[in-house]
Design a binder for this molecule. Structure first.
Ligand code: PGA
Length: 249
């Protein structure tokens, strides 16, 4: 039985006071949610403000990125151990915006996941094809390389600390969600790939979230599909009522 995960990616929004206000409004709206893991990912500088508010609640804290070294002369970077020290249990790795604007590759994603594992963080590994790749019928090739290369050298046991988020790039922030069928097809492919790379039990256990314009209105349809185990939510996670509407689907 896979516990669903609903994660809010706040991206580059919400300074400390606003982040604290958002999570304070969210807490009572999701406090009775059972059988679902709730995660929020504020910007680094708002982590401590959110951490103070979620103490003793059912909300977990995530960072949006990390570096792969533990320390050293790497100005501007943040190590997984530091993220853990800041109170996070999770870290988003390889979001398409990072791949698109900050040059992240499957290789850097792989290094980051390994470093996150060492620090005891759960990684939310983001994968997904662009519109051009989908139209060129390259979706499954792209997903195959993102999963195979992203998880290279990671054992089946370590996979327990990894959640995959399938986020078709053309659906992110566009209001254009993948249809339930399109999402299910990709999720089934990803799970099949994990079975091929590892084994069936590992594939059955891994959580695969869908991301891309998830809203309270479309979450139910997506979640009714057998291989969709939750959502990574951007825009709709920035308001307490809409994020709560997704959590309480
Ligand atoms: P969106 O973003 O919900 O605003 O489409 C999802 C994401 O980028 O994780």
């Amino acid at each position: 039985m896979r516990t669903p995960v609903i994660a809010g990616n706040w991206k580059l929004f919400k300074k400390q006071a606003d982040a604290a206000d958002l999570v304070t409004a969210l807490i009572p709206l999701v406090k009775d949610a059972v059988g679902v893991e709730i995660v929020v990912a504020p910007v680094f500088t708002s982590l401590s403000a959110v951490r103070e508010k979620i103490r003793g609640t059912n909300i977990k804290l995530s960072a949006q990125n990390c570096y792969w070294e533990e320390e050293g002369a790497f100005t501007g970077e943040i190590a997984p151990g530091m993220i853990k020290d800041a109170g996070c249990s999770h870290v988003i790795i390889g979001h398409s915006e990072r791949r698109q604007y900050f040059g992240e590759t499957n290789e850097t994603v792989n290094k980051k996941i390994k470093a996150a594992l060492k620090a005891g963080l759960v990684s939310l590994l983001c994968i997904g094809e662009t519109l051009a790749q989908r139209e060129a019928e390259k979706t499954f090739d792209i997903l195959r390389s993102q999963v195979t290369d992203g998880l290279a050298g990671i054992t089946a046991v370590e996979l327990a600390a990894i959640i995959i988020a399938y986020e078709p790039v053309w659906a992110i922030g566009t209001g254009k969600t993948a249809s339930d069928d399109q999402a299910q097809e990709a999720h089934a492919f990803i799970r099949g790939l994990v079975a091929e790379l590892y084994d069936q039990a590992t594939a059955d256990a891994i959580r695969i979230l869908y991301g891309g314009s998830v809203k309270p209105e479309n979450v139910k349809g997506l979640m009714s599909r057998p291989d969709i185990d939750g959502a990574l939510v951007g825009g709709a996670s920035l308001k307490a009522d809409s994020f709560a509407g997704i959590v309480n689907f």
